[in-house]
Design a protein around this ligand. Structure first.
Ligand code: BTN
Length: 259
């Protein structure tokens, strides 16, 4: 049986003073769903962590493979943690992604960790973490799934062939609770800087941009696609894509192919 590092991690997280409440589940449907159910009345920022999820949710109504070995959490924050200018709120996924990438770079080769616009963290050509942002009245949910040490023989084929984890990439498996504590430190710093208008995160994000210089096909809506050369993100966090028609600034979309 694995030693249980959870109580020490919870104590470390609460003693830092930023997170006001931690709820850690051996199993739950989805930490994002639980954070939604808890809603207002929970002291914020609140943290929801699960060892396993039975209905883990990904972006675009997809499911998220959620076995033990994946660090799965939702950070619930209030509007007071966001920049005053609501026009910037759409950057939350990018800022959170950068915090995840910076955390990962302590466990795997730093230069290999990249950010695939808008919400994915990649290691080489494989996804290692994903972020699901959900907004509810007055509360923002930052759901993060970060693959630490998975049983790949149990993974669905489409996950196994496209994803990786810290252990697969580096050969060693840190405790998820250790990764969690470091991730929260990164998130706290990143969100505080972002809220006060510090825009230095953008250059750090650009330095890790997976798509810059690549030709990519991006689905904007069910019928609308753009294919062109990616030139990184602009100051509003939009993906810049150049094709024969000119330059497109994409606020949302799904990158479905790249080379
Ligand atoms: C994606 O890449 O599509 C986003 C995946 C987000 C998964 C995390 S796991 C913790 C939290 N709870 C969920 O149900 N989803 C997010």
């Amino acid at each position: 049986m694995q030693p249980n590092h959870q109580p020490a991690a919870v104590e470390a997280i609460l003693s830092n003073g930023w997170i006001q409440q931690v709820r850690w589940f051996a199993e739950i449907d989805s930490t994002n769903a639980e954070a939604r159910r808890s809603g207002l009345g929970t002291p914020l920022p609140a943290l929801y962590v699960a060892d396993r999820q039975t209905a883990g949710r990904g972006r675009l109504q997809r499911s998220w493979w959620s076995p033990e070995g994946c660090l799965m959490l939702t950070l619930a924050i209030g509007e007071e943690s966001l920049p005053r200018d609501a026009a910037q709120w759409g950057e939350l996924a990018l800022v959170s992604g950068l915090a995840v990438a910076n955390t990962l770079s302590r466990f795997v080769a730093n230069g290999d960790v990249q950010l695939k616009w808008p919400n994915d963290v990649y290691l080489g050509q494989r996804k290692i973490a994903g972020i699901l942002i959900e907004a509810t009245p007055k509360i923002w949910l930052v759901g993060i799934g970060l693959n630490v040490a998975m049983r790949w023989d149990l993974a669905p084929e489409e996950v196994s062939s496209r994803a990786t984890c810290i252990q697969r990439a580096s050969g060693s498996a840190p405790e998820r609770s250790v990764v969690l504590v470091e991730l929260l430190e990164e998130l706290q710093l990143a969100l505080a800087a972002w809220r006060t208008g510090d825009g230095t995160w953008r250059q750090a994000w650009r330095d890790r941009c997976f798509l810059t210089g690549r030709i990519a096909r991006i689905r904007l809506t069910e019928r609308e696609l753009v294919t062109g050369k990616c030139e990184g993100i602009d100051d509003q966090g939009r993906l810049i894509v150049r094709d024969e028609q000119g330059v497109h600034f994409l606020t949302a979309g799904e990158v479905i192919e790249w080379q």
